[in-house]
Design a protein around this ligand. Structure first.
Ligand code: GLU
Length: 553
């Protein structure tokens, strides 16, 4: 009896690997095209770090006319949640990162290299496990839980390296006959790799991000097929990335230490190994130190946070490219209006250690991104967000024509307004343009320099009676505020006043502030001329009148 008999006994129906080698043909792609994948477990949760990985993978695939596919790694069925795949697919879609191939729904997929869900690939793994068994490169292991516990306890007591390897690998050297007998007796078993590695030897490896690394060879006889008949992650990784013709594995650097094992699996199976790029995690400052951005501690770790807050996807992706390549920032400065598709991402320029997460930077990028949107686009995006997250804002925005006018204030020019960084900011930012919100707000407001109520009333009265004309162009409008300033004994120009501040109680800017605050209850707003244009005479006067009435009581 030989290995073949053993292999046939374990997997009697498995197809020869030639069947799959033939079925999953080499991809027909241009020279240099990168094929990469996102391979999450279907836990539903998408971490910002995963989004980072996908953003990089998608960009690299696109740049080289390659392929990004989504493979669901559900061989650890304990970790699964209901609708876990859909949530991942949806999150990627939310950020414009839909893969070219792979899972598109809980059970739907596109592409010629499927199934893309590992639990549906059981037969494929069996074929490759059988292939190894036939050559004596894998073996059935009959160790019971008690035996494994005992082994671990002994290793611990003797302070030696834990694991199932070398002399500890009790079932590694059973004869074929012994193994067959045990199986026929109904003993439980799993399938292990018969590792050809030696701990004393080192393997050298070039990682596209981490550079040259070297590790001791793997000598652990790792499990390849578990008791439930499914493969372990490591074995599935080698089989799948081979059959799916992955050229580059781009993944989190928590996997770097698995490199000796993964390379060994590729070698034992006779496959060409892909290139690897191990991405450093996104870090967070904590108590003066640094730690990984954590799913448990940081709400910003979940990509749903950005959707919930209404931070546009472009901003998040742009931020991620920013931390991926340090030259992105200068590229952006030189090309403020270019699409990020024009930026050439270089994977080997990614930092070896993790970048610090910076929400201020994200919001800053977001402000710039939004400032370039048209009023219509802002309207659509804010409305879509409001429909899910803020009924009050939805109501405000129901008058589309007016809302677009409001969003159009100081927009579409060379220096557009930059006061919105996320859709959840919008309500705050535009409320004063809506009378029912405006008149319902009771708080006091700060006129800054001019505090005398009589003077405030005088400014407002004069402005209404003498200086406001809805047909004025911007220059005339401003000249009239200067005239008004002069009439009440203030300097026409800020410059003049600065040169001789003792000469006037204040300047045109102080007068403008009175108008602005009376009009909006804010000292800081986008362009007042445009605000007045949108409000119109009647509403402006009503607001001024209200202030005057209050001041007189
Ligand atoms: N399923 C693994 C994970 O969720 C994938 C690792 C890899 O990309 O190889 O982390």
């Amino acid at each position: 009896m030989d290995y073949k008999d053993l292999a046939n006994l374990i997997f009697p129906n498995a197809k020869p690997i030639e069947y799959y080698e033939e079925k999953y043909k080499k991809r027909d792609l241009p020279e240099g095209a990168i094929v990469t994948r996102f391979a999450p477990s279907p836990t539903g949760f998408v971490h910002l770090g995963s989004l980072y990985q996908v953003a990089i993978s998608k960009k690299i695939a696109k740049q080289t006319n390659g392929v990004l596919f989504l493979r669901v790694e559900d061989t650890d069925q304990k970790r699964e949640i209901e609708n876990g795949v859909i949530q991942i697919v949806k999150s990627l879609e939310d950020f414009g990162l839909t893969p070219d191939e792979g899972m598109t729904g809980e059970n739907e997929e596109i592409g010629d290299y499927g199934p893309y869900k590992q639990s549906l690939r059981k037969e494929i793994y069996e074929s490759y496990a059988k292939y190894l068994l036939e050559q004596g490169k894998a073996y059935p292991c009959f160790a019971t839980t008690e035996e494994l516990d005992e082994m671990r306890a002994k290793q611990e007591a003797a302070k030696i390296r834990p694991g199932y390897y070398g002399v500890w690998a009790k079932y590694r050297n059973l004869t074929v006959e012994e193994a067959i007998e045990k199986i026929k007796n109904g003993e439980n078993y799993i399938v292990r790799l018969k590792s050809p590695g030696n701990e004393e030897r080192r393997i050298k490896h070039h990682d596209l991000i981490k550079g040259n690394v070297d590790f001791p060879e793997n000598d652990q006889d790792i499990v390849i097929i578990k008791a439930d008949g499914l493969p372990t992650y490591h074995f599935a990784h080698a089989v799948d990335d081979h059959l799916m013709h992955t050229t580059h594995v781009i993944r989190g650097d928590e996997w770097l230490s698995s490199i000796p094992l993964h390379l060994q699996l590729f070698q034992v199976l006779g496959f060409k190994a892909p290139k690897y790029a191990h991405i450093a995690p996104i870090m967070k400052e904590d108590d003066g130190g640094k730690r990984k951005l954590s799913k448990r501690k940081d709400p910003e770790a979940a990509v749903s946070y950005y959707t919930d807050e209404g931070i546009p996807k472009e901003a998040v992706i742009e931020y991620l490219l920013n931390i991926a390549n340090s030259n992105f920032e200068s590229w952006r400065k030189a090309n403020p209006n270019s699409s990020i598709d024009d930026f050439e991402l270089q994977i080997n320029k990614m930092s070896v250690s993790g970048a610090l997460f910076d929400i201020v930077k994200i919001l800053d990028i977001s402000k710039t991104v939004i400032s370039k949107y048209t009023a219509e686009k802002i309207y659509e995006e804010a409305m879509n967000w409001a429909k899910i997250y803020d009924k009050e804002l939805e109501e405000i925005l129901n008058d589309k024509e007016y809302a677009i006018k409001v969003f159009g204030i100081e927009r579409g020019n060379a220096k557009p307004r930059k006061d919105i960084s996320k859709w959840s900011d919008v309500k705050e930012n535009i409320e004063y343009m809506y009378d029912d919100k405006f008149f319902n707000k009771k708080e006091e407001y700060d006129y800054q320099k001019i505090t005398d109520k009589e003077l405030i009333n005088k400014i407002l009265k004069l402005y209404m009676e003498k200086y406001y004309d809805e047909n004025d162009d911007k220059q005339t409008w401003f000249d009239k505020i200067k005239d008004l300033s002069e009439e009440i004994g203030f300097a026409r120009e800020v410059k003049e006043w600065k040169a001789q501040p003792e000469k006037w109680p204040g300047h045109v800017g102080d007068v403008s502030t009175v108008l602005r605050v009376a009009l909006t209850r804010r000292s800081n707003t986008p362009d007042m001329y445009e605000i007045m244009k949108v409000l119109g005479k009647e509403r402006i006067f009503k607001r001024f009148q209200e202030v005057m009435n209050k001041n007189t009581i």
